[in-house]
Design a binder for this molecule. Structure first.
Ligand code: ATP
Ligand code: MG
Length: 275
């Protein structure tokens, strides 16, 4: 572990240290310092364009910060040190990502069938048999409230927005990840399906892993009902700055003007369509 990580918590999963990011003349993130601990269930909230997706993309190494750094726990290393994502080569990032799943805001399904989208990772990265993969794919699809007999053979481009979102969730949970990242998993879903996804997020987070590692969940959302269901730690951004980092109960009771205004707007934000 690098020397200056001595202050990092021994159970840290993702550490953002003074992370800053500028796109052209626009500052997307400024001085973000926060540590996601193993076992955390954390939500990144804030109004549209405040930097939630950009922060999530820094946490998974898709973006590199202009200032500061992001460290992540390497579950592929027995000593499990925290590694600086900017210092990782592609192999290093691949190894980290073996233990992560991401539900992207725009789903990021590849061209092909639903079955192919969900099974590819399992074929490439596990020793599971075809039958085990088939079962895992079906179970994941059912958990994401889809009918496997209806969707598995469908092509990506024939899915509705809500179906594609659920396929992205099914694909993410199929890999039994240590760390789950979701970017707006319920935007565009009807209330009944949303409620099922709320339960699923909660159940996956708390479901025990065979290796006893605690699961960590980081979720970007505008969904007030989801927050109420899972009562996560809240990380609130405002114009790229971290303005609140604490328990859900403290957040909803907060008299921080920016938090109050956001909470009042949430039903409207939640009604937005997916991009
Ligand atoms: N690749 C990029 N190039 C230039 N600007 C970008 C890029 N990605 C994001 N931005 C800008 O960074 C800011 C934060 O964007 P981000 O996507 O993180 O917002 P968000 O909080 O996720 O919003 P939403 O709730 O609408 O998804 C925005 O001003 C956006 O236009
Ligand atoms: Mg976003």
């Amino acid at each position: 572990m690098p020397e200056d990580d001595a202050t990092a918590s021994p159970t840290a999963e993702i550490v953002c240290q003074a992370v800053g990011r500028v796109f052209g003349t626009r500052r997307a993130l400024e001085d973000i310092t926060t540590t996601i601990e193993a076992g955390d269930l954390a939500a990144i909230v804030g109004s549209s364009g405040c930097g939630k997706t950009v922060l999530l993309h820094h946490m998974i190494g898709l973006h590199q910060p202009d200032e500061g750094r992001v460290l992540a726990r390497d579950h592929g290393d027995p000593a499990e040190p925290l590694v600086d994502l900017a210092a990782c080569d592609l192999d290093g990032l691949e190894r980290l990502r073996l233990h992560w799943s991401v539900v992207f805001q725009r789903n990021a399904l590849f061209t092909g069938t639903v079955e192919e989208n969900i099974s590819l990772w399992l074929r490439e990265h596990t020793a599971m048999t075809d039958e085990q993969i088939r079962r895992r794919v079906r179970d994941s699809v059912i958990a994401a409230t889809l009918d496997p007999d209806d969707v598995l053979r469908k092509q990506r481009d024939s899915l509705s927005g809500g179906m594609a979102k659920r396929v992205a969730i099914a694909r993410a949970i199929a890999t039994d990840p240590v760390v789950m990242f979701y970017d707006e998993p319920t935007t565009g879903l009807d209330p009944v399906v949303s409620a099922r996804i709320h339960d699923l997020v909660f159940e996956i987070h708390h479901s025990p892993r065979a290796d006893r590692r605690r699961r960590t969940t980081i979720i970007v959302t505008h969904d007030r009902d989801l927050l109420r269901r899972i009562r996560p730690r809240i990380i609130m951004l405002d114009a790229g700055r971290l303005v609140f980092d604490g328990a859900y109960e403290a957040f909803i009771a907060s008299d921080l003007p920016v938090a109050r205004q956001y909470l009042e707007q949430m039903p409207v934000l939640n009604a937005r369509q997916p991009q």
